[in-house]
Design a binder for this molecule. Structure first.
Ligand SMILES: Cc1ncc(C[n+]2csc(CCOP(=O)(O)OP(=O)(O)O)c2C)c(N)n1
Length: 691
């Protein structure tokens, strides 16, 4: 039987019964495909250096195939880790894609951009494998987000078809010690989400025994009394026991009874990866692991004849896939810079645009109405309007519900739009952003809030992984969202609540970054972001939220401001001053009575190089003013570009005025000394103009 024939038969039987083909025959086939792939890689492709990273699934394979074959609901999703290839095979990944991706060839999971073991599978119409990450534990919170999106689609958007769908996350025993695991466990249990935690306990995380990850080495035993979690545990090498446990766990979650955790003990029959020689295991232990190989038990169950037949078909399928994978070329290096951002070609999965979203009428012309409002009101009004007209928008973060946010930006929005759409979260920034990733993957437009800029740090892994998703999946997946966070000082400073550090996000490929200085720009940029197709960091400067200068009339419900378009707040001849955020009014005041271009960048990714270069070439002098630290601040990037591209036009050195390289000081006197003041900016302008 060939691979194609097995799949054809599989889909026929699935169609006929409406049930998955969970037959021993299909299980035997996929398990043997997985084994043959491991063998081929270890004996031939790695020694030939055609594959550089190899992770064997031997020992984990049988139970994983069973798990994959049970994922049959249209809205199920799974997120795995580097040892999850058997699950992928069961979901229907073409074997040539699995092999070609491991060989770094064109096409496949990433077009050669990522390690083949770090996979993704959009599987339109079927169960997707959400883009996994190289970081252990990063798979958990996005899966919780998908699970919450199932509930949201069913209960808020009224899509009955989501009833019974589940999200499954796979991980090893060591991954149970990660922040992501605990964050997702908290989310899933407090929200009673349809989520299955599937733990493959092989007793080791590379060389570290599982007793270092959880006391006693048994996570299921330790979680037995965890409220709201149905815990199961058993032998993942016993075909019938494993099938029963997987069935039980799934039935519990599908029935809407809340999350479950299933721990299956399995042997790791190879080193952690190909390079790992396992010197830390005794010979006796290795022998005892081989004695637990699930294959002989599976073979005994299916019988010699069927085993041989499915084995032959599996080997034929792998040989065919190998030929196809080896025939694939290497992607053109010229293409490797594509798909960092949405560039007009729609991703296959993720984001509201893949779900039929059509942006309502938008205009780049502001139609100011009414009295001037502060930035808080402007942002709230924009969020309110987009919540009103787009059911896919949802807001969440710490204290944003009943309290309305510690900066009052979301005040009243929960009351108006309901606790399903505007809600408080557990105190885990990784959970806030990771959950947003999963929701975005499921087609929603999440708007997570981080309470203060500095507290985005626990979420940095999720932020980075979200940004790179479109690129590393070669535009198969994207997770557009609007990540709001207050930045900067407010009256006083301190190291915790007053950081700006925008460059950290600029340095994460795939994120657009907005830093509006006033209410009108905030409305336009926020609305562009909410109707967009990329992840966006939206900075709300604390000092500007209620600042008189930043108050502007509301520019209208359809006003959008495209990213990358700076604004000249003053025009002049003698110097160009480039700034953003809370430094804009200071620069404006400092230039009073002088002939200066003052440019408010408004967005840092992308930034308006054209406007800056045109201005500098004309004024022949350039001063960059920012609140962030000097070394490696965004000003350094601007200065480098100006030096590169306008060197011969300059009459004075490119200059920067910034905070010194210190955390923000608390006492207002110390803060005023550290942050560029109007007087300091004025002095620097005069120095440069007189140069
Ligand atoms: C955040 C992070 N830290 C460290 C690593 C390096 N690393 C890769 S796999 C691994 C062990 C994971 O073991 P486990 O979760 O038990 O899965 P197993 O390999 O045993 O299947 C480590 C430490 C990583 N990939 N990510």
């Amino acid at each position: 039987m060939t691979d194609a024939r097995v799949r054809e038969r599989k889909s026929k039987s699935a169609k006929a019964s409406g049930e998955p083909d969970f037959s021993w025959e299909t299980i035997a086939y996929h398990v043997q495909v997985s084994r043959e792939l491991d063998r081929l890689e270890e004996e031939e492709l790695v020694p030939q250096r055609k594959i550089l990273y190899q992770f064997s699934a031997r020992g984990h394979d049988m139970a994983q195939v069973m798990l994959g074959l049970k994922l049959t609901h249209r809205h199920d999703a799974a997120c795995g880790y580097y040892r999850s290839r058997p699950l992928l095979l069961a979901l229907g990944v073409p074997v040539a894609d699995a092999l070609g991706s491991s060989m770094g060839r064109e096409g496949g999971y990433s077009d050669g951009r990522d390690i083949g073991a770090v996979f993704n599978y959009p599987n339109p119409g079927g169960t997707p494998a959400l883009p996994m990450c190289g970081g252990v534990g990063a798979q958990y919170t996005p899966t919780a987000g998908w699970a919450q999106a199932i509930v949201y689609n069913r209960d808020v958007l009224g899509h009955e078809a989501y009833t019974g769908a589940i999200a499954v996350v796979l991980g090893g025993d060591a991954s149970c010690a990660t922040n992501g695991f605990w964050s997702a466990l908290t989310i899933a249990t407090t929200q009673k989400l349809p989520m299955l935690f599937y733990v493959e306990d092989n007793q080791y995380g590379i060389s570290v025994p599982s007793s270092f990850q959880t006391p006693g080495g048994d996570i299921a035993a330790n979680l037995a009394s965890f409220s709201g979690l149905h815990v199961l545990s058993g032998d993942g090498t016993d075909p019938e026991a494993a099938a029963r446990l997987i069935g039980e766990a799934m039935a519990h979650v599908r029935a809407g009874q809340g999350p479950a955790l299933l721990r299956l003990t399995v042997p790791r029959l190879q080193g952690h990866s190909y390079q790992d020689t396992q010197t830390y295991k005794s010979d006796d232990f290795v022998a005892s692991e081989w004695a637990r190989d699930p294959l002989p038990r599976l073979k005994a169950l299916v019988g010699e004849k069927l085993w041989a037949e499915t084995g032959e078909a599996a080997r034929a399928a792998v040989a065919e896939a190998r030929a196809e994978a080896e025939a694939r070329g290497i992607s053109d290096p010229e293409r490797v810079t594509s798909h960092v951002f949405f560039d007009g070609e729609m991703q296959q999965r993720g984001g509201q645009w893949t779900k039929g979203y059509k942006a309502p009428h938008s205009t780049e012309t502001a139609r100011p109405e009414g009295q001037r409002i502060n930035m808080v009101t402007a942002i709230r009004r924009t969020l309110d309007h987009e919540l009103e007209i787009n059911g896919r928008v949802l807001l969440f973060g710490e204290d944003i519900g009943a309290k309305g946010g510690v900066h009052a930006v979301t005040l009243g929005l929960q009351e108006k739009h309901g606790p399903e759409r505007v809600f408080d979260t557990s105190l885990s920034e990784e959970g806030i952003v990771g959950r947003a990733v999963g929701m975005a993957l499921a087609g929603l437009m999440p708007v997570p809030e981080i309470q203060f800029r500095k507290y985005a740090e626990p979420a940095l892994e999720q932020i980075n992984d979200c940004g790179t998703m479109r690129w590393r999946t070669n535009n198969r997946f994207a997770a557009p969202m609007v990540l709001r966070m207050p930045v900067g000082f407010f009256k006083c400073g301190d190291p915790w609540h007053s950081q700006t550090n925008e460059v950290q996000f600029v340095h994460n490929p795939g994120w657009l970054v907005a830093a509006p200085s006033n209410a009108e720009d905030a409305v336009g940029l926020l609305r562009s972001a909410l109707r967009g197709n990329d992840p966006i960091v939206f900075f709300e400067h604390r000092a500007m939220l209620d600042d008189a200068w930043a108050r502007r009339p509301y520019p209208g419900d359809d006003y959008v401001l495209p990213f990358g378009r700076a604004k000249k707040v003053r025009e002049g001849r003698d110097i160009t001053i480039i700034t953003w955020g809370a430094m804009v009014p200071r620069c404006e005041a400092a230039a009073e009575g002088l002939s200066a271009d003052v440019i408010d960048l408004r967005t840092l990714v992308p930034w308006d190089r054209e406007m800056v270069l045109e201005s500098v070439r004309r004024t022949r002098r350039c001063l960059i003013v920012h609140e962030d630290l000097r070394s490696g601040g965004f000003g350094a990037e601007i200065a480098a570009v100006v030096a590169d591209e306008a060197f011969l036009d300059l009459d004075a050195p490119v200059s920067r005025l910034t905070m010194p390289d210190i955390p923000s000081p608390h006492n207002p006197v110390l803060l005023d000394w550290a942050v560029p003041s109007v007087a300091a900016i004025r002095a620097r302008i005069e120095e440069l103009v007189g140069f």
